[in-house]
Structures are given as C-alpha cells and as structure tokens.
Design a protein around this ligand. Structure first.
Ligand SMILES: Nc1nc2c(c(=O)[nH]1)N[C@H]1C(S)=C(S)[C@@H](COP(=O)(O)O)O[C@H]1N2
Ligand SMILES: [Mo]
Length: 370
C-alpha cells in the first residue's frame, strides 16, 4: 500500500503551542459580525490543533468588556460557603490541561433538507484546542453543596435579548450535579498555551468535554447551586432536539461524526493514488474505526487511524484510494467509536437543525493525466 505523506505533514502531537501556518493566519469564515459568529475555514481542518485565531466563534450577544482585576467568580445558591473567587484564587487550584474538540450543535445545519432556520453552518463550527484550568469539582467541593443540590447554573457576563420581543437575559445554562462534579469538567483560563482570548470567554469559561458547545459557558460570572431543574431560553427553548412529536429532548453529548477534509467536494483529480483524509469524533468516546467508500456507500474500506488519540479530541484518519478508471465518484467516510456507536448514514431532521452528523458525501471527478 502506498502511503499518504500529505496527511502526516499536518500532524502535530506536541501541544500546547498551536502552529499557525502563515497562509492560514487569515480569518474565520464570518457568518455574522455582531454578535460574532464565524466558522473555521476548511483549510484549517487538516490541523489537529486548531490555531487559536481560526477556532470557530459562536456568540449570542456582544463580547462583554471584562477587566481581570475587577473580575470575581461568585459562588452561591445551595452551598454552605458562598464565596467570591479571583482569577488568582482559581489559579491556585490544581491545574489540569487537556485537548478537547468543541462542536456547535448547529454545525452542518446548512446540509439539512428541508432547511431549518438559524446559522447555515457548513463543516466549520467545530475546532480542537488545548485547554487548561481548574476542576469545577474543586470549586464546588470548597463551597460544600447542601443536601438536595440537583444542578449548577452558570451565568455568562454577556447579555441581551435573544430574539426580537424577548426580554434581556444573560447567557444561562445549567448542568446536572454529576456532570458538574466530573473530574474532567473544567473552569479554563488558558487556550493553546495562552490566556483565553476575549471572544472565547476571557478570563474564565467552562469546558464540558464531549458535550455540544452550548454547555461550555463563556465569560463566567456566577455559579449557583440549585435544588431544581433550571428552565431558560438557552436551556429549554433552544438546544433541544425537537422532531415535532411534542417531546423536545435537551442536547447533551456530541453525536458520532466524521468528515472528509481532502479531497474537497467538486475536486478534479488525476488518475493515480488519491490521498483521502479527514477527522472523526464522538463526544466522550474514542474513535475505534473509520471506513471510507468511493462508490457512494456500496462498499467500504477501513481507513488508517493517524495522529494523537485523546479521549475528548477528534481523530485524524487517512486512506489511499486508487481509482482504476476515470469518472465521477462519490466519497464518504463513516466513523465507529469504542462503544460501537456507528455514524448514521442520514442525519435526523429536527426543527431547530441540531446534531447534523449523517455521512456527508464528497463528489469528485477523476480524469487521465495529460
Ligand atoms: N456566555 C456565553 N457562553 C457561550 C455562548 C454564548 O453566546 N455566551 N455560546 C455557546 C455556544 S452555542 C457555543 S457553540 C460555544 C462556542 O464557543 P467558542 O466561541 O469559544 O467557539 O460557546 C458557548 N458558550
Ligand atoms: Mo453552539
């Protein structure tokens, strides 16, 4: 088997300093300027760590102006020790660092048929970074939750009216206690080895590994321990799978998914070895296998798993495909995770356009070289 050197060239197993290649130090693919919503450009998806300036941004409101010196994290609700912590207090807690892939629940919404309202994301509302901070668990343990605690509510420092006619609200989301107390749920102050940039939640954000991005509240201001299930705009009305049957289930963990980074859809290729490569991820599970089809899903070949394998980060893969004659081909990739979950061939259509994780075809044409 011939070896694809192209996919290996982009690999870097040595975090945390993300490498920004000069030709990539451009911009996000902007969907909205204010509040800022931007996708990672397709060309950055061949790098395991997403360079910080190209990490997708999804803001519901304007980025709040926060001065580090004045900033405090307020901890209250059903706890014995209400407290205010400074950034220095949080940095004194044991430091944890890990790579985590974050995906917006609306990633690939633009592929749904019939279309659904909302940002028409293509592939790029997903990125991978090295995050560092303290365990939320350590903060909650110091606060000592009272019996009856059920959820922790997180308040962001941003606010506004989420849609015309709705009252102003901060960005608010809650987590069940067991998720909040999980040792991998982090309060992070560093991204790819540097302080958090303003648009990614400076000075402190939550990272809930394996969950869709909406759970990872930015610009954290307040944690409140609750004895009930929180209801709110971003918890109850958005980020729920609503298939029209009347039962809308809240989104939690990222659905298994893969994408082909190269070749691109519509590419003109020459007969010979073709390097097919891409990424696969599945919330909290490692990717066990990725299969590739060059005939629209009739037959599949196992791709080679390459690069770092980390629990919460996407997995790079590649496959050398040698078409035996010129023509039009439909390439597909399909991932399987360590628990045996298989990426669905088709996404489950839902009213708000979330969890679009179906197999995504890439059409290419192959001609003889001249
Ligand atoms: N405070 C606050 N936190 C937030 C959001 C927001 O608008 N405000 N957006 C959420 C959504 S929907 C996603 S997908 C991620 C995006 O994080 P990023 O902009 O750092 O990529 O942040 C989440 N946390
Ligand atoms: Mo999102």
């Amino acid at each position: 088997m011939s070896c694809c050197t192209c996919s290996r060239a982009g690999l870097s197993a040595a975090p945390p300093s993300a490498q920004v290649r000069p030709e990539e130090s451009k911009n996000l693919v902007t969907i909205e300027h204010e509040p800022l919503i931007g996708e990672t450009p397709q060309r950055a998806l061949d790098s395991w760590l997403t360079p910080t300036p190209l990490f997708y941004v999804r803001n519901h409101f304007s980025v709040p102006e926060i001065r580090c010196d004045d900033w405090r994290l307020q901890i209250d609700g059903l706890v014995f020790n209400s407290a205010e912590m400074s950034l220095a207090d949080i940095k004194q807690l044991p430091r944890v660092a890990m790579p985590v892939t974050m995906e917006c629940a609306g990633n690939n919404r633009g592929d749904l048929d019939p279309p659904t309202p909302g940002n028409q994301f293509q592939n790029g509302a997903v990125s991978n970074a090295y995050w560092a901070g303290a365990r939320l668990m350590d903060v909650l343990t110091r606060a000592e939750m009272k019996p009856g605690a059920r959820e922790v509510l997180f308040e962001g420092g941003d606010m506004g009216s989420p849609e015309p006619g709705k009252p102003e609200t901060p960005y608010l989301r809650s987590l069940p206690i067991d998720v909040a107390m999980h040792p991998d749920t982090l309060l992070v102050y560093e991204m790819n080895g540097k302080g958090l940039p303003d648009e990614h939640g400076h000075p402190l954000r939550l990272i809930v590994p394996g969950w869709y991005g909406m759970a990872s509240v930015k610009w954290l201001k307040r944690l409140t321990v609750l004895d009930c299930e929180f209801e709110g705009y971003f918890q109850t009305y958005k980020y729920v799978m609503d298939d029209g049957s009347g039962r809308a289930a809240p989104l939690t963990s990222i659905g298994i998914k893969s994408l082909i980074g190269s070749p691109r859809d519509g590419a003109d290729l020459e007969l010979g070895d073709v390097c097919v490569n891409g990424l696969a991820w599945s919330g909290q599970e490692r990717i066990a296998r990725v299969d590739v089809s060059a005939d629209g899903g009739k037959t599949w070949r196992e791709a080679e798993i390459v690069g770092p394998s980390e629990r919460y980060a996407w997995q790079q893969w590649h496959h050398t495909w040698t078409p035996d004659r010129p023509g039009e081909y439909t390439l597909m990739s399909r991932a399987v995770d360590a628990r045996g979950s298989v990426q669905p061939m088709k996404s489950r259509w839902n009213r708000l356009g979330y969890m679009v994780n179906g197999v995504k075809p890439v059409k290419v044409s192959v001609s003889t070289s001249h």
